[in-house]
Design a binder for this molecule. Structure first.
Ligand code: DC
Length: 213
């Protein structure tokens, strides 16, 4: 590996497998990892706890400014409803500006960082050494989410999860500011028919090649 403080940018829709890949790549290279979805979820969760509406931009900005990236609790924030609320909070440009600034600082950590989200390759770290766009069909993603929430004992219906995923894709891809889309120079990986191991080895080969250039 020859690059100094490299950034690995990973984007993709909800439940595409990008989070697992990001975590595993960070472990492999001993890089820092930030799941940027948690930052939007953290803001949404704080607003819900304070009984505040999700579309109050001033209030959401205050919460975003105070957010401590080190104290984001994945167990609490990974709830399905918080993902939906986060996607609503994420349409507000001033909230995005505040969170993007914190995310960029994180990306400069030595010896390197992996960030995953929706706009990492396009907006947060356009200079990233390597960009991956992880996708899968809505049905496959709903199946994975269904199994995940089932294991946690939630009685959510598959059809409801699929409908939510489709709605969230529309919101994340259709918003005016930083919509979800692959960066021009991103490598696309469709994990619909891949095991986690195959997805990981595919991603690893691309990252190793880019970092050794
Ligand atoms: O990845 P996730 O499901 O935890 O993200 C939750 C929501 O946060 C997602 O639906 C849209 C928003 N988000 C975003 O707009 N930009 C990011 N970089 C990450 C997440």
């Amino acid at each position: 590996m020859t690059k100094l403080t490299p950034t690995i940018a990973i984007d993709g829709p909800a439940a595409s497998g990008k989070g697992t890949l990001a975590r595993r790549l960070a472990e492999y290279f001993r890089f820092h990892h930030l799941d940027t979805g948690l930052t939007y979820r953290g803001v949404a969760h704080a607003l819900i706890e304070a009984n505040m509406p999700l579309d109050n931009e001033d209030m959401a900005c205050l919460v975003a400014e105070k957010l401590d990236l080190g104290s984001l609790n994945k167990d609490i924030l990974s709830a399905h409803e918080i993902g939906d609320a986060a996607s609503k909070v994420a349409v507000m440009s001033r909230v995005r500006e505040t969170l993007v600034e914190a995310q960029r600082k994180f990306a400069n950590k030595e010896p390197g960082a992996v960030l995953d989200g929706r706009d990492i390759g396009t907006v947060v770290c356009p200079q990233a050494e390597i960009k991956l766009y992880i996708t899968a069909s809505p049905e496959k993603r709903a199946e994975r989410r269904y199994r995940e929430v089932g294991e946690k004992g939630s009685g959510a219906e598959y059809s409801q999860i699929l409908a939510d995923i489709i709605k969230r894709d529309e919101r994340d891809m259709g918003r005016a500011d930083s919509p979800l889309k692959p960066a021009e120079n991103a490598h696309l990986i469709d994990t619909s028919e891949m095991s986690i191991e195959t997805a990981f080895s595919t991603a690893l080969a691309l990252v190793e090649e880019a970092l050794s250039e």
